[in-house]
Design a protein around this ligand. Sequence first.
Ligand code: FAD
Length: 497
Amino acid sequence: MAAGTVHPGRIRLLNPIKTHPPSPPKPPSGPVIYWMFRDQRCSDNWALIHAIHLANQSSAPMAVAFNLFDRFLNAHARQLGFMLRGLDLLRRRLRDLSIPFFLFRGDAVDTIPKFVRECGASALVTDFSPLRSVREWKKEICERVGEGVRVYEVDAHNVVPVWVASDKLEYGAKTIRKKIQRALVEYLVEFPEISKPGSEWGLDDPKDVDWEELLTEVLREGCEVPEIEWCKPGEDAAMEVLMGDKEGFLTRRLKNYTSDRNDPLKPKALSRLSPYLHFGQISAQRCALEARKLRKAHPQAVDAFLEELIVRRELADNFCYYQPHYDSLQGAWDWARRTLMDHARDKREHYYTRDELENAKTADDLWNASQLEMVHHGKMHGFMRMYWAKKILEWTRGPEEALAIAIYLNDKYEIDGRDPNGYVGCMWSICGVHDQGWKERAVFGKIRYMNYAGCKRKFDTDGYIAYVNGLVVNSKKRKAENAKDFSGKKIQNLNLK
Ligand code: FAD
């Protein structure tokens, strides 16, 4: 592997020309376009590195394109605001590298091939995502760009590319862990320094986008779920959360990860990296490289963090990639589907509708608190997420309904929602995916059960409820203040430099 290039195992050519015998693709003759969507960053981004490398091979120019969908997977102001603010910072970074950033709106299957045609590109580099819709768009885009354009997919999101880690649906962490660990030797390596592409763009510049106006529009349309303020978007903010001097996870908080990460009253014991990882504003590989340097000082904490960051996260991508029904009961293992159906008609102590659950109107104050933490704070504590989803199974009319409600709420309110981790988290809690069978009981069958008494034994449940009440009061105050700002004005402070 030459310096500055990407491990060939990380790249896939999606539309090879069928020749006999097969021949490797030629360097591109025209511009190279990087269609960015999952890995929204400049640093530590293998897809961007590959796009620059391809362009430099034949002294071709390169550009980054991004397509803004209308409300992709039920996104609201919370998620779209975070993303757009991050993109605004990103395009400035790219400008410093003389890489133009084109923002399109509509359907990527229309906008991306059209752009590729208009600028006469001969290569398109894309991010990897295991989600169904993205894979369908890519198929369509390959058709539409035609034979003359090579389409490359780069897995810049996982430390070990999903197709390298395993070529099949894995049963659980136990079966994928060794495979990932073996591949880390080759894949968990430092990134090359990124430098300006050799050739200037020289074609039409991106159309001026009024970012403030765009943000105002998007925030207004998605205002049912407002933005959160505790989590600043962008690559610099992400690095600050990872290793900033004041409150960085690795610099200040890592030592408590082993002891406190399952205590919902200590949310800062967790890394709080999930929003950045979800939007690709930080690379998981960067987090792993930096964490590994601290292994001597904090072996247990680093190992536990790497288990979540690499093994669990990449297992979620494995599930969504190899199981087309990753968000429905059909995607559960046979034993789990059987036991859930055997108990689907069991009498429940309570039945709640989706509205009642969304409005935290249940008889369980702990559950209500977790729902409110998600609605108002935008990030439910990881431990509570399990309890929260399992109770939805307990209180609805069967596993299909429970799963649909859990995914709907998770995607709507979590800042890190609409992610393979979310689909797998709901499938784990409700359908036993990546888990084993437990003692059979009503409603749950053999699916692992959790209850209030168990939580009470583990942490101060009253303290958690009081903590969330405080979050709600603050959030309502902020919402009232922000409502004034929507009186026709544009959103200020877009440039969070
Ligand atoms: P940390 O403990 O600091 O973890 C670091 C990183 O490791 C996380 O950011 C995440 O990328 C990964 N990770 C941690 N736990 C898991 C896990 N169980 N499975 C896969 N990866 C993990 N995670 C999301 O990113 N988005 C979601 O929408 C989401 N929804 C969930 C829903 C349910 C019902 C459950 C049970 C879990 C869900 N998770 C989700 C997984 C996990 O709860 C969150 O990743 C974690 O709470 C994020 O906080 P953190 O970054 O501070 O966690």
